[in-house]
Design a protein around this ligand. Structure first.
Ligand code: 1HN
Length: 348
């Protein structure tokens, strides 16, 4: 007995897809498995940039173009799994910026938020919203969204820092604006150190209202951070995965220091062997002191001072200290994920 087929032959489907395609439509059932996955499937891969490998190129760039001509003389650290996209994780940008003695990187502002983490050199400055701060290795410096910022170097040596920006997040939301200041350098309206004194001394102005989304403290000096870690270590309260890990906060709100990038500093004591950990925020690390290795999805990455490495979202990893007390700076999009109720971690 003949009866009609109860499923459409695939050539009819192809024809159907063609016809609906002409109306800018596509069948969900062909793509759904790739859209909604049991676990994160990031194109981001684990990677390491040794400072000794990248420094010669950064210095070579110093001879090719001035900071002023480049606007920002930066070598972008591109994730090997996402070349051509100017990103180190799916959501974050990172690059190494060089500013030579006597140079100025001209003032501009944009809706992207930036962080600086000082790698090499001492005494170059960044000016943000009318205040200048001199920078030292290990300092974590914030450029809040839409804040005027220019950089200069009145010291005798080159300065290199790691820039972290939320460029891919702003891109995703199509919310990017930028403009140049009328002069290379913005006028300074506050004495150096004003923000740290005003907001970062365990005090706040008496009538302080809940202010901007970024911390008003825009330089968190390494000397203070290191001293805090050194004092806390005496309690010997080590997390099995993270050692002693602290987050940078906005003193006005108690939230992370920036709205789109969470920043951390951690101390791993001599001989530390961390347990396996994973979380949904892909993390960029910079080694400040000590040396060690991180096993990421079974692959070992050995690092020392000034090296940068990236752990992708949901990649199982553990840190091991190989030399001395070790200090790691890190940043990720955790602040965004937590606000959206997306962040997950697992200790296995
Ligand atoms: C920027 O403004 C800086 O101000 C550094 O130093 C890197 C990368 C893309 C877009 C803007 C800076 C940047 C950037």
């Amino acid at each position: 007995m003949a009866h009609a087929p109860n499923n459409t032959p695939s050539n009819s489907r192809a024809d159907f897809y063609d016809r609906i395609g002409q109306h800018s439509m596509t069948p969900l059932w062909e793509v759904m498995r790739g859209l909604v996955t049991p676990e994160p499937t990031s194109p981001c891969v684990a990677a390491l940039w040794r400072y000794e490998d990248i420094r010669p190129y950064i210095m070579e760039a110093g001879g090719l173009i001035t900071a002023k001509e480049a606007e920002r003389r930066v070598l972008v650290l591109e994730n090997p799994g996402m070349r051509g996209q100017s990103r180190i994780t799916r959501s974050l940008y990172a690059g190494m910026q060089l500013i030579l003695p006597g140079e100025v990187a001209p003032s501009h502002r944009h809706t992207q938020t930036a962080l600086r983490f000082v790698i090499e050199g001492s005494g170059a400055y960044t000016a943000v919203n009318g205040e200048k701060t001199l920078m030292q290795p290990g300092d974590f410096v914030i450029t809040p969204q839409w804040g005027w910022h220019d950089h200069g170097n009145d010291s005798a040596d080159p300065m290199v820092w790691l820039d972290g920006l939320d460029i891919p997040i702003v891109q995703l939301l199509d919310a990017g604006f930028a403009e140049h200041f009328e002069a290379d350098e913005q006028p300074l309206t506050r004495p150096e150190g004003d923000s740290l004194a005003r907001y970062g001394s365990g005090l706040l102005p008496v009538d302080q209202a809940r202010g901007a989304v970024s911390s008003p403290v825009f330089n968190y000096p390494y000397t203070r951070t290191r001293e805090a870690l050194e004092t806390m270590r005496q309690s010997q309260e080590w997390d099995p995965c993270h050692g002693l890990k602290m987050k940078y906060v906005n003193p006005v709100t108690g939230d992370y220091a920036m709205p789109t990038m969470a920043t951390f500093m951690q101390l791993l004591p001599k001989g530390f062997q961390g347990a396996d950990y994973r979380s949904t925020d892909g993390m960029v690390y910079v080694c400040v002191e000590g040396a060690g290795e991180t096993v990421i999805n079974g692959e070992t990455f050995a690092w020392g001072p000034r090296d940068t490495f990236v752990v992708p979202s949901w990649a199982r990893h553990s840190h091991k200290v190989l030399r001395g007390d070790t200090v790691l700076f890190s940043f990720s999009d955790r602040v965004v994920q937590q606000k959206l109720g997306l962040w997950r971690e697992a200790r296995n």
